[in-house]
Design a binder for this molecule. Structure first.
Ligand SMILES: Cc1cc2nc3c(=O)[nH]c(=O)nc-3n(C[C@H](O)[C@H](O)[C@H](O)COP(=O)(O)O)c2cc1C
Length: 204
Protein backbone atom coordinates (compact mmCIF):
# COMPACT_ATOMS: atom_id res chain seq x y z
CA UNK A 1 0.00 0.00 0.00
CA UNK A 2 1.19 3.46 -0.90
CA UNK A 3 -0.02 6.59 0.89
CA UNK A 4 0.90 9.98 -0.54
CA UNK A 5 1.00 13.25 1.35
CA UNK A 6 0.21 16.46 -0.54
CA UNK A 7 1.50 19.57 1.19
CA UNK A 8 -0.57 22.55 0.07
CA UNK A 9 1.53 25.46 1.31
CA UNK A 10 3.77 27.19 -1.22
CA UNK A 11 5.75 28.93 1.55
CA UNK A 12 9.39 27.89 1.84
CA UNK A 13 9.33 27.84 5.65
CA UNK A 14 5.85 26.35 5.87
CA UNK A 15 4.56 24.82 9.07
CA UNK A 16 2.40 22.65 6.80
CA UNK A 17 5.60 21.06 5.53
CA UNK A 18 6.63 20.26 9.10
CA UNK A 19 3.23 18.64 9.64
CA UNK A 20 3.45 16.77 6.32
CA UNK A 21 6.86 15.36 7.19
CA UNK A 22 5.58 14.32 10.61
CA UNK A 23 2.67 12.49 8.94
CA UNK A 24 4.97 10.74 6.48
CA UNK A 25 7.21 9.61 9.35
CA UNK A 26 4.21 8.46 11.41
CA UNK A 27 2.98 6.34 8.48
CA UNK A 28 6.42 4.73 8.11
CA UNK A 29 7.21 4.30 11.83
CA UNK A 30 3.90 2.56 12.47
CA UNK A 31 4.02 0.32 9.40
CA UNK A 32 0.74 1.74 8.11
CA UNK A 33 1.80 1.34 4.47
CA UNK A 34 4.61 -0.07 2.36
CA UNK A 35 5.50 3.19 0.66
CA UNK A 36 4.99 6.92 1.11
CA UNK A 37 5.42 9.86 -1.23
CA UNK A 38 5.45 13.50 -0.20
CA UNK A 39 4.63 16.06 -2.84
CA UNK A 40 5.05 19.60 -1.55
CA UNK A 41 3.86 22.70 -3.37
CA UNK A 42 6.79 24.58 -1.83
CA UNK A 43 7.88 27.36 -4.17
CA UNK A 44 5.03 26.64 -6.62
CA UNK A 45 6.42 23.73 -8.69
CA UNK A 46 3.22 23.71 -10.79
CA UNK A 47 2.48 26.71 -13.05
CA UNK A 48 -1.11 27.90 -13.18
CA UNK A 49 -3.28 25.57 -15.23
CA UNK A 50 -3.81 26.49 -18.90
CA UNK A 51 -5.45 24.89 -21.95
CA UNK A 52 -2.16 23.57 -23.36
CA UNK A 53 -2.59 20.67 -20.91
CA UNK A 54 -5.59 19.50 -22.94
CA UNK A 55 -3.55 19.71 -26.18
CA UNK A 56 -0.82 17.38 -24.86
CA UNK A 57 1.78 20.18 -24.65
CA UNK A 58 5.23 18.50 -24.26
CA UNK A 59 6.30 20.86 -21.46
CA UNK A 60 3.22 20.10 -19.41
CA UNK A 61 3.55 16.37 -20.13
CA UNK A 62 7.16 16.31 -18.96
CA UNK A 63 6.12 18.03 -15.75
CA UNK A 64 2.89 16.18 -15.03
CA UNK A 65 3.48 12.61 -16.23
CA UNK A 66 5.89 11.62 -13.42
CA UNK A 67 3.49 13.14 -10.86
CA UNK A 68 0.51 11.39 -12.44
CA UNK A 69 2.33 8.07 -12.11
CA UNK A 70 2.98 8.66 -8.42
CA UNK A 71 -0.63 9.65 -7.80
CA UNK A 72 -2.06 6.78 -9.85
CA UNK A 73 0.09 4.32 -7.89
CA UNK A 74 -1.22 5.67 -4.56
CA UNK A 75 -3.94 3.94 -2.56
CA UNK A 76 -4.76 6.92 -0.32
CA UNK A 77 -3.84 10.54 0.27
CA UNK A 78 -3.31 12.97 3.09
CA UNK A 79 -4.08 16.52 1.96
CA UNK A 80 -2.37 19.07 4.21
CA UNK A 81 -3.59 22.63 3.79
CA UNK A 82 -2.80 25.78 5.73
CA UNK A 83 -5.53 28.35 6.25
CA UNK A 84 -4.61 31.45 4.28
CA UNK A 85 -7.06 34.35 4.50
CA UNK A 86 -9.71 31.84 5.48
CA UNK A 87 -9.03 29.81 2.33
CA UNK A 88 -7.08 26.95 0.82
CA UNK A 89 -3.91 28.35 -0.89
CA UNK A 90 -4.32 28.88 -4.63
CA UNK A 91 -1.40 26.48 -5.29
CA UNK A 92 -3.48 23.65 -3.84
CA UNK A 93 -6.63 24.57 -5.77
CA UNK A 94 -4.45 24.69 -8.91
CA UNK A 95 -3.12 21.21 -8.04
CA UNK A 96 -6.65 19.80 -8.06
CA UNK A 97 -7.26 21.14 -11.59
CA UNK A 98 -4.52 18.89 -12.98
CA UNK A 99 -5.90 15.43 -12.26
CA UNK A 100 -9.09 14.34 -13.97
CA UNK A 101 -8.08 10.99 -15.46
CA UNK A 102 -8.76 8.79 -12.47
CA UNK A 103 -5.43 9.27 -10.69
CA UNK A 104 -7.17 10.21 -7.42
CA UNK A 105 -10.57 8.73 -8.17
CA UNK A 106 -12.38 6.72 -5.52
CA UNK A 107 -9.34 6.76 -3.25
CA UNK A 108 -9.67 7.94 0.36
CA UNK A 109 -8.05 11.12 1.61
CA UNK A 110 -7.55 12.55 5.07
CA UNK A 111 -7.80 16.34 5.32
CA UNK A 112 -5.27 17.96 7.67
CA UNK A 113 -5.43 21.72 8.06
CA UNK A 114 -2.91 23.97 9.74
CA UNK A 115 -3.20 27.29 11.55
CA UNK A 116 -0.76 29.36 13.56
CA UNK A 117 -3.71 30.40 15.74
CA UNK A 118 -7.18 28.91 16.25
CA UNK A 119 -8.21 28.83 12.57
CA UNK A 120 -8.22 25.83 10.25
CA UNK A 121 -11.94 25.13 9.84
CA UNK A 122 -12.42 27.10 6.62
CA UNK A 123 -10.04 25.03 4.45
CA UNK A 124 -11.71 21.84 5.72
CA UNK A 125 -15.06 23.16 4.53
CA UNK A 126 -13.62 24.42 1.23
CA UNK A 127 -11.91 21.13 0.39
CA UNK A 128 -15.03 19.15 1.21
CA UNK A 129 -17.18 21.50 -0.88
CA UNK A 130 -15.22 22.10 -4.03
CA UNK A 131 -12.06 20.07 -4.67
CA UNK A 132 -13.32 16.61 -5.58
CA UNK A 133 -15.92 16.76 -8.36
CA UNK A 134 -13.86 15.71 -11.40
CA UNK A 135 -10.91 14.06 -9.71
CA UNK A 136 -13.33 12.13 -7.44
CA UNK A 137 -11.07 11.98 -4.41
CA UNK A 138 -12.99 10.60 -1.40
CA UNK A 139 -12.50 12.60 1.79
CA UNK A 140 -13.05 10.43 4.85
CA UNK A 141 -15.23 11.81 7.67
CA UNK A 142 -12.31 12.08 10.08
CA UNK A 143 -10.16 15.24 9.82
CA UNK A 144 -7.32 16.91 11.72
CA UNK A 145 -7.11 20.64 12.45
CA UNK A 146 -3.65 21.48 13.77
CA UNK A 147 -4.18 24.70 15.73
CA UNK A 148 -1.32 26.74 17.22
CA UNK A 149 0.95 24.71 14.97
CA UNK A 150 4.20 26.34 16.09
CA UNK A 151 3.80 24.70 19.51
CA UNK A 152 3.24 21.10 18.37
CA UNK A 153 4.93 18.34 16.34
CA UNK A 154 8.38 19.93 16.60
CA UNK A 155 11.40 17.59 16.75
CA UNK A 156 12.74 19.61 19.67
CA UNK A 157 10.47 18.83 22.68
CA UNK A 158 11.39 22.16 24.27
CA UNK A 159 9.38 23.92 21.54
CA UNK A 160 6.22 21.90 22.17
CA UNK A 161 3.24 22.50 24.41
CA UNK A 162 3.35 19.03 26.06
CA UNK A 163 -0.42 18.45 26.32
CA UNK A 164 -1.31 19.74 22.86
CA UNK A 165 1.65 17.95 21.28
CA UNK A 166 0.71 14.60 22.83
CA UNK A 167 -2.90 15.09 21.74
CA UNK A 168 -2.02 15.80 18.09
CA UNK A 169 0.48 12.94 17.85
CA UNK A 170 -2.15 10.52 19.16
CA UNK A 171 -5.01 11.93 17.12
CA UNK A 172 -3.02 11.93 13.87
CA UNK A 173 -2.09 8.26 14.37
CA UNK A 174 -5.75 7.47 15.08
CA UNK A 175 -6.84 9.19 11.86
CA UNK A 176 -4.10 7.55 9.76
CA UNK A 177 -5.13 4.11 10.99
CA UNK A 178 -8.68 4.85 9.83
CA UNK A 179 -7.37 6.12 6.49
CA UNK A 180 -5.45 2.89 5.96
CA UNK A 181 -8.61 0.81 6.44
CA UNK A 182 -10.56 3.01 4.02
CA UNK A 183 -7.74 2.52 1.52
CA UNK A 184 -8.09 -1.26 1.75
CA UNK A 185 -11.89 -1.05 1.49
CA UNK A 186 -12.03 1.38 -1.44
CA UNK A 187 -9.49 -0.68 -3.40
CA UNK A 188 -12.14 -3.40 -3.44
CA UNK A 189 -14.73 -0.91 -4.66
CA UNK A 190 -12.48 0.13 -7.57
CA UNK A 191 -11.73 -3.49 -8.40
CA UNK A 192 -15.41 -4.21 -8.99
CA UNK A 193 -15.20 -2.02 -12.09
CA UNK A 194 -18.29 0.02 -11.29
CA UNK A 195 -16.22 3.20 -10.92
CA UNK A 196 -14.95 3.03 -14.54
CA UNK A 197 -14.05 6.67 -15.33
CA UNK A 198 -14.66 6.04 -19.03
CA UNK A 199 -18.42 5.97 -18.43
CA UNK A 200 -18.90 9.53 -17.15
CA UNK A 201 -15.64 11.43 -17.52
CA UNK A 202 -16.62 14.26 -15.16
CA UNK A 203 -18.66 14.40 -11.99
CA UNK A 204 -22.02 16.19 -11.98
C1 LIG B 1 -1.07 34.76 3.25
C2 LIG B 1 -1.38 34.18 4.59
C3 LIG B 1 -2.67 34.27 5.10
C4 LIG B 1 -2.99 33.69 6.34
N1 LIG B 1 -4.29 33.72 6.78
C5 LIG B 1 -4.62 32.99 7.88
C6 LIG B 1 -6.00 32.83 8.24
O1 LIG B 1 -6.90 33.33 7.59
N2 LIG B 1 -6.29 32.09 9.33
C7 LIG B 1 -5.31 31.49 10.07
O2 LIG B 1 -5.64 30.82 11.04
N3 LIG B 1 -4.01 31.63 9.76
C8 LIG B 1 -3.64 32.36 8.68
N4 LIG B 1 -2.32 32.48 8.31
C9 LIG B 1 -1.28 31.93 9.17
C10 LIG B 1 -1.07 30.45 8.93
O3 LIG B 1 -1.98 29.78 9.77
C11 LIG B 1 0.36 30.09 9.31
O4 LIG B 1 1.25 30.62 8.34
C12 LIG B 1 0.56 28.61 9.51
O5 LIG B 1 1.94 28.40 9.78
C13 LIG B 1 0.14 27.73 8.34
O6 LIG B 1 0.65 28.14 7.11
P1 LIG B 1 2.03 27.59 6.47
O7 LIG B 1 1.89 26.12 6.34
O8 LIG B 1 2.14 28.28 5.15
O9 LIG B 1 3.13 27.95 7.42
C14 LIG B 1 -1.98 33.04 7.09
C15 LIG B 1 -0.68 32.95 6.56
C16 LIG B 1 -0.38 33.47 5.34
C17 LIG B 1 1.02 33.31 4.77
Amino acid sequence: MKISVICGSSRKQAQSLKVSRFIEKTLADNGLCDETWLFALTGNPLPLWDEAIWDGDPGWKALLDPLSEQLAASDAFVVVSPEWHGQVPSALKNFFLMWGKGELAHKPALIVTVSSADGGAYPVAELRMSSYKNNRICYIPEQIIVRNVESVLNDDPALNDPDADAYFRDRILYALRILREYAAALKKVRETGVTDPGVYKNGM
